[in-house]
Design a protein. Structure first.
Length: 819
């Protein structure tokens, strides 16, 4: 039976928009249920009733065109001939465009060059965009796209990122972070432990695929409706492709049906193509990728090949060593520089590495350009050190949790390999301690060991893994946000900000911030859509920073407006009262002054009216930039993160050793969101992030054939978690009593990505179950996704190797260690 998470009653209860939760709190620790904060998602009712409009739901004029993309059938080669006349001749076709039809920029690489809008000569992956066709219907466009005559001088596809790295075939230069003398720490160590792993990629599988609708506007401009995490970048790229000023392009995003990083850079190409068609034809143009095309055309989470060699003392505490990460970037840089950096920043997870060197390579392969995906490289970085923790524990014959706890950052060992001091160490230790007892870790460990000893077929495994995730964009300039606040004369409030809504509840949280600052009910505050003509030059909604940045910008706008209203009250409303600024407050829909709530009170609506008549501006702009952060990439040292978010999970699995099939039977999570902005939404993020992470590590397998063609290109061949994959027991709790030590918005913490990495506990529990079959001192290698097939292969490898050593995991002889 699924036990309900403690706070989820709050998200389920309210029945009218803006109404406070007042439901049954039986079984819920009332103290923890911050009723005011646990508001449901601003679109919750619309989501579940189908009224929330996504791009394809937007009504378009009857003359709107539909666009289909012509994809490269091969992964690498020279485009010798592209004959589009047969496409033009197909029924319903209105326009067909390719490389030479682009008036402006043809390279739409977001950060670095390397992403042609259409192939000119060189084809770099199977599925790459060759041309676009616009027709009267979606069907006609898709049929017509198939009529192209394509001749390619095929060349061998490079699909092995490790071989590419050896040949120095990289999309960006290698970066190294280093602290202390790592070689000496290896040569002096009592034990040297080493290992390798392959971590598979992940398809975003957002429910709403890539989609946009572009309408030509007056003069040379366009209005772009798009499912998009980065409207400002799309505005820039559309303008550059058309060769028009940025101000002629307006991008609007009301909501996405999921983004997960897949719409940070990779929503732009479709907007650019639709904009070209819209301007050429003077007709609105829709582009919605089919699921298969979406999976073939767009990049995914980076697969990683990683290895480590660490020196540890007799207690299993890491003294130092060497870690190497190879990210498979696909054919172009996209965001890979920052993604592999973030993997490197998280190669320590929550543990001190001592004197360590961390190297990150960005390999080029002939696949779609891999991109942002929840965690942004962080998950892949953490996987290596979590493998090491289990390897060390088995080598020394200790429980993995004991080894993890000994290696946690602690006083005296609080500096990361890139020079940032880890704060809130007590929080980290107490969080793990609390979860250890609430999950009953040690009693269950004993029970599972006894069970495994008498169970030949089914083996159970248990693991606790922590998360420490750095919050801030590592590209410093992105850590800024703007907001625009309007108060209308009826007292209703409209807030706009630079962030986008993708289901994560950002708009709800930002409205809550404004309501709180102005002392209003949440129902008084509304957000329309994110638009580049309201708040300009915005950062992507990414790096989990949406509420941190835009919440602060909205707060800044609200404070400015409040100051203006206070000044108006002191000077105009109550000039004789002898009141000071500090006497005024906005609360419960009133402006109040003086002690005892007595004399000076005015309702919000009347105040706004009076201020309007008094010619006070009722509109304010807000801005925020994150303080304290810096990173010197040359020196590979700095403080890239404003703070860290923490969490930990205990997962239990049961493996059928004859088939490799397994179940995740119980999961306990304790997660740190500081003082939560909205506990109901935060719990939803934790549950969703965990399950998405579990899918990445267990069932979601990307397969390409030897020629580089993606075989797993739809739900029939690519398995995301389904309802039945939910752990039978799933306990999720928020850590209480630890406000952010930094001055983030109301001392909350970002929640979007960190919980994703809690799922590493599932993989570690699987290894734990398999280790019960291995000779003492060994923990079998388990690459991911750890499908039943891979689990079975790991079991078979152990049986083959007998006592020669752990499967695929050569044991290093302590006596022969060379640095
Ligand atoms: N939650 C939902 N429902 N849908 C999403 O697409 N994206 C995740 C996370 N949670 C996502 C989500 C990712 S990758 C990020 S970076 C954050 O939300 C972005 O939003 P935030 O910064 O407002 O948390
Ligand atoms: N996280 C997510 N997206 C980003 C980042 C980051 O650190 N940097 C640039 N885009
Ligand atoms: Mo999230 S991967 O930073 O969009």
């Amino acid at each position: 039976m699924r036990t309900l998470t403690k706070l989820s009653a709050a998200s389920a209860a309210p029945d009218r928009a803006g109404e406070e939760y007042a439901g049954d709190t039986k079984g819920v620790d009332a103290k923890r249920l911050d009723k005011k904060a646990a508001q449901r998602h601003e679109s919750a009712i619309k989501h579940v009733t189908g009224q929330a409009a996504y791009i394809d739901d937007l009504p378009a004029p009857a003359n709107a065109l539909h666009i289909a993309i012509g994809l490269s059938p091969l992964a690498h080669g020279r485009l010798e001939r592209l004959d589009l006349d047969p496409v033009r001749a197909m029924p319903g076709v209105v326009d067909v465009i390719s490389f030479h039809d682009v008036p402006g920029h043809t390279d739409i690489g977001p950060v670095f060059h390397g992403d042609p809008i259409f192939v000119e000569n060189e084809i770099s992956y199977a599925g790459q965009c060759l041309f676009a066709v616009a027709a009267d219907s979606h069907d006609a466009a898709r049929r017509a796209a198939k009529a192209a005559i394509i001749e390619i001088d095929e060349q061998p596809a490079s699909l092995d990122p490790v071989a590419a790295t050896e040949k120095n075939d990289l999309v960006r230069p290698t970066h190294v972070q280093q602290s202390g003398d790592w070689q000496q720490s290896l040569s002096n160590a009592r034990h040297v432990v080493s290992g390798e792993q392959f971590i598979g990629g992940q398809e975003h599988f957002y429910l709403e695929g890539q989609a946009c609708l572009v309408t030509p506007s007056e003069d040379e401009g366009v209005v772009v409706h798009t499912s998009n995490q980065h409207p400002s970048e799309t505005q820039k790229l559309v303008a550059e492709v058309l060769g028009i000023p940025f101000h002629a392009v307006t991008v609007e995003v009301r909501r996405m049906g999921g983004g997960f990083g897949g719409k940070e850079t990779q929503a732009s190409p479709w907007a650019c193509i639709a904009a070209l068609i819209a301007r050429r034809t003077q007709r609105p143009a829709r582009l919605r990728l089919s699921r298969g095309d979406d999976m073939r055309l767009t990049g995914k989470r980076h697969p990683f090949h990683s290895r480590y060699r660490l020196g540890v003392d007799d207690d299993g505490v890491i003294q130092g060593g060497d870690m190497t990460l190879i990210g498979d970037c696909g054919y172009s840089p996209d965001l890979s520089e920052a993604i592999v950096d973030r993997a490197m920043f998280h190669a320590d997870n929550a543990y001190s590495l001592g004197a360590a060197r961390v190297t990150g390579h960005r390999a080029r392969t002939h696949t779609a350009s891999n991109t942002a995906f929840r965690g942004f490289g962080g998950p892949q970085g953490m996987m290596l050190i979590e493998q090491a923790m289990d390897d060390i524990a088995h080598r020394l014959g200790e429980d993995p949790l004991t080894i993890r706890k000994r290696n946690l950052y602690r006083h005296g060992r609080e500096t990361t390999h890139y020079g940032q001091e880890v704060e809130q160490l007590d929080l980290l230790h107490s969080l793990i301690g609390q979860l250890e007892s609430s999950s009953d870790y040690w009693a269950r460990r004993a029970e599972i060991s006894a069970y495994n000893a008498r169970s030949p077929i089914i083996r159970r495994g248990l693991a606790l893994t922590p998360v420490k995730f750095g919050i801030s964009f590592t590209a410093k300039h992105l850590n800024q946000a703007g907001a625009l606040l309007h108060v209308y004369t009826d007292g209703s409030v409209m807030i706009n900000h630079g962030g986008t809504e993708m289901g994560q509840g950002l708009h709800t949280k930002v409205c809550q911030v404004v309501a709180r600052e102005l002392g209003l009910e949440l129902s008084c505050v509304s957000i329309s859509a994110t638009r580049t003509d309201k708040v300009p030059n915005t950062s992507p909604t990414a790096a989990s920073s949406g509420a941190d940045l835009n919440g602060q910008a909205a707060r800044d706008a609200a404070l400015k407006l409040r100051e203006r209203l206070f000044a108006f009250a002191l000077e105009t409303l109550w000039p004789q009262a002898g009141l000071k600024l500090g006497d005024l407050q906005l609360k419960g829909g009133m402006l109040m002054a003086g002690s005892g709530e007595g004399k000076y009170r005015i309702a919000w609506g009347e105040l706004v009216q009076a201020a309007y008549i008094g010619r006070v501006s009722l509109s304010a702009q807000g801005f925020y930039s994150t303080p304290l952060i810096h990173y010197d990439r040359e020196a590979a040292k700095g403080r890239p993160f404003y703070y860290f978010a923490y969490g930990a999970a205990v997962s239990e699995v049961a493996v059928d050793t004859l088939s490799g099939e397994y179940q995740v039977t119980r999961v306990d999570i304790l997660h740190d969101v500081g003082d939560s902005l909205n506990p109901a939404i935060d719990i939803g993020q934790i549950e969703g992030g965990f399950i998405q992470g579990m899918g990445w590590l267990t069932s979601e397998e990307l397969k390409w054939n030897d020629a580089g063609r993606l075989l797993s290109d739809g739900p029939a061949t690519y398995k995301i978690p389904a309802f039945g994959d939910l752990p039978a027991t799933f306990n999720v709790e928020l850590l209480e009593g630890h406000p952010n030590s930094q001055a983030s918005i109301y001392r909350s913490k970002a929640v979007g990505e960190p919980p994703f990495m809690l799922a590493i506990s599932v993989w570690s529990a699987l290894r734990n179950a398999l280790a019960s079959l291995a000779p003492d001192g060994q923990c079998p290698r388990l690459d991911t996704p750890a499908t039943p097939e891979r689990v079975l292969m790991a079991i078979a490898a152990m049986q083959d190797h007998g006592d020669k050593g752990p499967a695929g995991h050569p044991r290093e002889d302590d006596a022969h260690v060379q640095a």
